[in-house]
Design a protein around this ligand. Structure first.
Ligand SMILES: [Zn+2]
Length: 337
């Protein structure tokens, strides 16, 4: 029954019946990892991504560049009904080999946000390091003292690796992250009977600057996503400013041009603040994205542009495109307020 309603609404929306009643809005999607059959890290299958882009092409959607998206959000110009934007954060190698090649094949722009120290191979993302530590440890009892000196205790007999990883990450997200990388390498790994080592884990390899340059030359967007992926609101303001400035400068230097867009690490509203937005503006950034799952409209702040995670089924993807999500929101407001 539910799928019948969704399908009917999607069809009505396709005809413009629902969207005509809605405020103008752009669905902006974020991808995470993109995998082919040989990859072992999970993520969105290349085949599904191809299906999504084939749907867009068949139904004559325009996939916007960020310049086009920015212009629509700040100008008086009407936002066309059939538009979408795609972004992908961090800079993993599969973003280049898998995601980039699918978008290039369809001649649609994808926007890459790079952790600059990751592309420089100085580190790999702390959130992935946590996952590897919890997954690889033989300890059944994960007993830790967190950077803020509070105690953490989870048991592998009671919770899955993913649950423990999530619990630990969530706590680390809410405390000062200045020394997070050294806490992981000097305390967490040894405490769990492991060694982090100097090499980047095989499942978490970055693309190279040459890959980034190639994507840029092919018409994709390539932008900064901080140097280290630490959460900006959990850093002293001078370090947060440095994360923004240095990553933008590094991407500009490597690509030989000035970048205008940015994504906040983790991207919840509590993960960045007005100071960070000011620093972005001072560094030539015109628009920044968070991870609030809603549509981008002309009414919202240009440094608080929201994004949906790319859904993992076609009906859900179509539902987001058709703005049925927004229709439900509108209907709920009418009925319950
Ligand atoms: Zn990220």
């Amino acid at each position: 029954m539910k799928s019948l309603i969704i399908n009917t609404c999607n069809q009505l929306s396709e005809l413009g019946v629902i969207t005509a009643l809605l405020p103008e809005a752009i669905p902006i999607f974020m991808l995470h990892r993109v995998s082919n059959e040989q990859d072992t890290f999970g993520g969105t299958p290349v085949k599904f991504l191809e299906q999504c882009l084939a749907y867009l092409r068949h139904h004559r959607y325009k996939v916007l560049t960020l310049d086009e998206c920015h212009n629509l959000l700040i100008s008086g110009e009407k936002i066309p009904r059939k538009v979408a934007v795609f972004t992908i954060d961090d800079g993993f190698i599969d973003h280049y080999t898998n995601a980039g090649s699918v978008f290039s094949h369809f001649k649609m722009p994808l926007n890459f946000f790079l952790i600059s120290d990751f592309i420089d191979r100085k580190l790999w993302p702390w959130d992935d390091q946590i996952h590897v530590a919890i997954n690889d440890t033989a300890r059944q009892e994960i007993r830790l003292t967190l950077p803020d000196k509070t105690e953490f205790l989870n048991l592998k007999s009671k919770s899955s690796t993913n649950e423990i990883t999530r619990n630990l990450r969530d706590l680390l997200k809410s405390q000062d992250q200045t020394n997070l990388y050294s806490w992981i390498s000097e305390y967490l790994f040894p405490e769990l009977g492991l060694s982090l080592g100097n090499n980047i884990h095989h499942n978490y390899q970055p693309m190279s600057w040459d890959n980034a340059q190639e994507l840029h030359n092919a018409g994709h967007g390539v932008y900064a996503h901080t140097c280290t992926h630490r959460i900006l609101s959990q850093l002293p303001s001078a370090i947060a400013a440095q994360e923004i400035q240095d990553s933008i400068a590094r991407v500009n230097e490597k690509l030989g041009c000035s970048q205008r867009y940015f994504v906040y690490p983790t991207g919840r509203l509590c993960d960045y603040n007005d100071n960070n937005k000011m620093t972005l503006s001072e560094n030539g950034i015109k628009m920044a994205f968070n991870t609030e799952p809603t549509y981008a409209t002309k009414k919202m702040g240009i440094y608080d542009v929201p994004r949906f995670s790319l859904p993992n089924t076609m009906p859900n993807f179509i539902q987001y495109l058709a703005k049925f999500e927004q229709a439900k929101e509108q209907i709920r407001k009418v009925l319950f307020t």
